[in-house]
Design a protein around this ligand. Structure first.
Ligand SMILES: Cc1cc2nc3c(=O)[nH]c(=O)nc-3n(C[C@H](O)[C@H](O)[C@H](O)COP(=O)(O)OP(=O)(O)OC[C@H]3O[C@@H](n4cnc5c(N)ncnc54)[C@H](O)[C@@H]3O)c2cc1C
Length: 665
C-alpha cells in the first residue's frame, strides 16, 4: 500500500473546513495557555517508548494486562510528579485539568485511578488539618497507595445497609474493624485487588453498643515492605469485567483488625479518647467530595463521547460504500444523511456536556467559597443538579458511543477500533458514584420539595425558578428560546402530574412510601425533564457567551451545532411536547426540515469539528480514527500483531484437527 501522509479524503475535508480548528481547540481547553500546557505534557508522555504497547492490550492475559498497567502507571506518575502536576490535589483542581489526556496511556483505566480520584480527595474533604498534613504528604509522594471502599457485596446504594463495623475500644483507644457477614465484604473499589496498601473504609461506627452511622476510616491493608495482606485482612481482585480491567477492582474483608483512634477521618465527626462522640452541626457538609466527583463524571462522559465521535466521523470520511446515484463512484459514507443524523449529534452533545461541566464546576467552586463563609443555601440545588446531570450525561453519552460504534459497520466491532472499550468505560458511569435511577429519585425528591415551596410562594433557586410559573404554554414559538421554554413547560407538566399522582396514591390509602414508589416512574421522568431543561439553557447561554469572544466563522459553527442540538432534542421529545405545549404536526414537520438543513450545513465542517477535540492517535487508540485516515492499513497492521499470526500453522492443527480429518480419533 502506498505511503502518503494523510488519506486524500481527510485532506479534502480539512482543506474545506470553514473555521479555524485551533481556535475551537483553545476554546474547549478554556484558553490558549491551557492547550499549550496540555500539549507539552502529552509530548513528554506519549513520545516515551516505554509507554507504548508492543503487543496490543487486548491480546494479553488478564494478569499480563494488569502488570503492564502497573508498569505504565509508575512511569506516568514519575513524569507527572517531576512536572509539578501532582501537588496538593485541592490546589491543583481546576476545570482546565478536565481535558488532560495523560491517563489515556491506559486503554482500560489506571490501577492508581482511585488513589487520585477518591483516596486523596476524601482525605482532603474529610480529614481534619492534622490528618491532612499526615496523610496527604505520604499519598502525594506515593509512599502509600490508597483507594476508597464503600460498596459491599450485599449493598451499594443503601448506605445504611452497609455492614462493615468499626467498634471503638476506649481501653486501647483503637477501632476494631470487622466484616461480620459474607455480604459485608467490600466489593468493587478500584486498585483494591493488588495495587493499594491503604484504604478508606466506610464503616458503621459503634461506641458502647450505640451506632453513629457510616464514617470514613483509613486502614492499612497491606504491609509497606512485603505487600502481604495485614493480619486479619482478606483482600483480592474481583475478576474480569466489561471494562476497567486494568483498574484492579477488589474485595476486602476484616477479621477484627485494630486501627488507632486517629485513623477515623475527623473533620465532620470526632470520637474523643474516652469514647465521646461529637458530630458536625451540619451533616450535609460531608457531601462536598461526592458533588465534586459527579461534576467530573459529567466531563468524563462527554470526553468519552468526543473520542468515539472523532473515530466514527474520521472513519466515515474515508469509508466509501454503495451508491447514491447510478453510475457514480461510491460516496464517502458521511454523505448519507442517515449517517450524519447518527453522528453529528455526538459532536453537539459533547459540546453541550463539556460546556455544562465547566459551568457546573464554577457553580461548585462558588458554592465551596460560600460554604467556607458558613452559607449552605445552594447545596440542595447543587446536589439535585449534579445528580441529574451525572445521570443524563452518562446515559446520553453511552447511547451515542454505541451509536458511533454501530455507524462504523463491521469494523466498529473490532477492539482495535477502541469503540467497544469506550462503550464499556462509558456505561460504567451509569452505575458508579450513584446508580442512575437512584440518583434521579434523589433529584425528584428535591423537585417535589421545590414544587411545594413554589406553591407556598417561596422563591426557588435559579435553575428551578421556572417551576413557579404554572401558566399554560402559549402558542408554539420555534425560536431557540421558545423551544427551551417549551422544555421547561414539559418539566413543569411532568412534575405537576407526578406530584398529583403521588398525592392521589397517598389519599387512596397507600402509605407515603408506597405512594412514592408507585409514582416513581413518573417522578424519574420529571427529574430527567428538569435536567434536559437545564442542559438546553446552559448550553445556549454558554455558546452566547463564547460568541462574544470568538471569530465570526467559529461563532456560526457553534450556533449551528447548538441549533441542531435543540431541534434534535425537540424531535426526540415530540410526544411530551405535544402533550404539554401547543406544538402541532405542522410545526413538527418544520422542525424536521430545519434539522435536515442543519445537517447539510454542518457536513463540510464535520472532520474539522472532531479534529478540534485534539486527540492524538495515542489517546484515541483506534485503527479507524487515526489522524492520517489510513483505516484499512491500520486494521491490517493491528491484526498482524495477534499472537496467532506469529506462526503460519497453529500447533492445535497437528494436535487435534489433523487426527480428526484423518479419522484417527
Ligand atoms: C466500574 C465500577 C467501579 C466501581 N468502583 C467503586 C469503588 O471504587 N468504590 C466503591 O465503593 N464502589 C465502587 N463501585 C460500586 C458502585 O458504586 C455501586 O455498584 C453503585 O453504587 C450501585 O450500587 P449497587 O451495585 O448496590 O446497585 P443496586 O442498588 O443493587 O442496584 C440494582 C438495581 O436496583 C435498583 N434500586 C436500588 N435501590 C433503589 C431504590 N431506592 N429505588 C429504586 N430502585 C432502586 C437500581 O436502580 C438498579 O436497577 C463501582 C462500580 C462499578 C460498576
Amino acid at each position: 500500500m502506498t505511503s502518503i501522509e494523510v488519506n486524500p479524503d481527510l485532506q479534502k475535508e480539512r482543506s474545506t473546513c470553514t473555521f479555524n480548528i485551533e481556535e475551537l481547540t483553545n476554546l474547549l481547553d478554556t484558553g490558549v495557555e491551557h492547550t499549550a500546557k496540555r500539549r507539552a505534557l502529552e509530548d513528554k508522555i506519549f513520545n516515551l517508548k516505554e509507554l507504548k504497547d508492543v503487543v496490543p492490550e487486548e491480546f494479553l492475559s488478564h494478569k499480563d494486562k494488569y502488570e503492564n498497567a502497573i508498569r505504565k502507571a509508575v512511569i506516568l506518575h514519575t513524569i507527572l510528579q517531576s512536572n509539578g502536576s501532582i501537588k496538593n490535589i485541592s490546589d491543583n483542581l481546576d476545570k482546565s485539568n478536565f481535558r488532560s489526556t495523560s491517563h489515556s496511556i491506559f486503554k482500560d483505566g489506571s490501577p492508581f485511578l482511585l488513589h487520585f480520584s477518591m483516596f486523596v480527595p476524601t482525605i482532603v474533604g474529610q480529614g481534619d488539618d492534622e490528618q491532612k498534613n499526615y496523610w496527604l504528604e505520604k499519598a502525594l509522594k506515593m509512599e502509600i497507595i490508597g483507594t476508597y471502599a464503600q460498596t459491599e457485596l450485599g449493598h451499594g446504594t443503601f448506605i445504611r445497609g452497609l455492614e462493615t463495623e468499626a467498634t471503638y475500644d476506649e481501653n486501647t483507644e483503637e477501632f476494631i474493624i470487622n466484616s461480620p457477614t459474607p455480604t459485608s465484604y467490600k466489593w468493587w473499589p478500584g486498585g483494591l485487588g493488588h495495587s493499594s496498601n491503604y484504604c478508606i473504609v466506610m464503616a458503621q461506627l459503634k461506641i458502647k453498643g450505640k451506632s453513629h452511622g457510616m464514617k470514613p476510616f483509613v486502614v492499612q491493608i497491606r504491609d509497606e515492605e512485603t505487600h502481604m495482606p495485614m493480619p486479619g485482612v482478606k483482600v483480592g481482585e474481583i475478576g474480569a469485567k466489561l471494562a476497567f480491567n486494568t483498574v484492579n477492582n477488589g474485595f476486602l474483608g476484616f477479621d477484627n483488625v485494630r486501627i488507632p483512634r486517629r485513623h477515623m477521618l475527623m473533620r465532620f465527626s470526632q470520637v474523643l479518647k474516652d469514647g465521646t462522640f461529637k458530630s458536625s452541626s451540619n451533616p450535609k457538609l460531608a457531601y462536598g467530595t461526592m458533588v465534586m466527583v459527579r461534576v467530573t463524571i459529567v466531563n468524563t462522559a462527554c470526553t468519552l463521547l468526543s473520542k468515539a465521535a472523532t473515530i466514527a466521523i474520521r472513519y466515515s470520511a474515508v469509508r466509501h460504500q454503495s451508491q447514491l446515484k447510478p453510475n457514480k463512484p461510491e460516496p464517502q459514507i458521511l454523505d448519507y444523511v442517515t449517517q450524519q443524523h447518527k453522528l453529528f449529534i455526538s459532536i453537539a452533545t459533547s459540546h453541550a456536556y463539556m460546556f455544562c461541566s465547566y459551568w457546573l464546576w464554577d457553580l461548585f467552586t462558588n458554592y465551596r467559597n460560600e460554604q467556607n463563609d458558613g452559607n449552605f443555601g445552594r447545596l440542595p440545588e447543587l446536589h439535585a443538579l449534579t445528580c441529574v446531570l451525572k445521570v443524563i450525561s452518562s446515559k446520553d453519552c453511552t447511547a451515542l458511543v454505541e451509536r458511533c460504534r454501530l455507524s462504523c459497520g463491521g469494523h466498529g466491532f473490532m477492539l482495535s477500533s477502541n469503540l467497544p472499550q469506550l462503550y464499556g468505560l462509558s456505561t460504567a458511569a451509569c452505575t458508579y458514584e450513584g446508580e442512575n435511577t437512584v440518583l434521579l429519585l434523589q433529584t425528584a425528591r428535591a423537585l417535589v420539595k421545590a414544587w411545594d415551596q413554589a406553591s407556598q410562594g417561596i422563591a426557588l433557586n435559579p435553575t428551578m425558578a421556572y417551576l413557579a410559573d404554572r401558566t399554560p404554554a402559549g402558542p408554539w414559538n420555534s425560536s431557540l428560546d421558545g423551544i427551551i421554554k417549551a422544555f421547561q413547560k414539559v418539566s413543569v407538566g411532568k412534575l405537576s402530574s407526578s406530584v398529583s399522582s403521588f398525592h392521589e396514591y397517598a389519599k387512596s390509602g397507600l402509605s407515603m412510601e408506597d405512594a412514592w414508589n408507585k409514582a416513581s416512574v413518573q417522578l424519574i421522568g420529571a427529574a430527567e425533564a428538569y435536567g434536559r431543561a437545564v442542559v438546553l439553557s446552559v448550553y445556549k447561554a454558554e455558546v452566547e457567551r463564547y460568541s462574544k469572544i470568538v471569530s465570526s466563522s467559529l461563532q456560526t459553527v457553534l450556533s449551528d451545532l447548538l441549533e441542531m442540538y435543540i431541534i434534535y432534542m425537540a424531535l426526540e421529545t415530540t410526544g411530551d411536547l405535544l402533550l404539554y405545549t401547543q406544538l402541532s404536526e405542522k410545526e413538527v414537520k418544520a422542525l424536521q426540515r430545519r434539522y435536515e438543513d442543519l445537517l447539510e450545513k454542518i457536513r463540510p465542517n464535520a472532520v474539522g469539528l472532531v479534529d478540534a477535540f485534539d486527540y492524538r492517535d495515542e489517546v484515541l487508540h483506534s485503527t479507524l480514527g487515526s489522524y492520517d485516515g489510513f483505516a484499512y492499513e491500520h486494521l491490517m497492521e493491528e491484526a498482524m500483531k495477534s499472537p496467532l499470526n506469529g506462526e503460519p500453522v497453529n500447533q492445535s492443527f497437528h494436535k487435534y484437527v489433523k487426527p480428526l480429518m484423518k479419522g484417527k480419533i
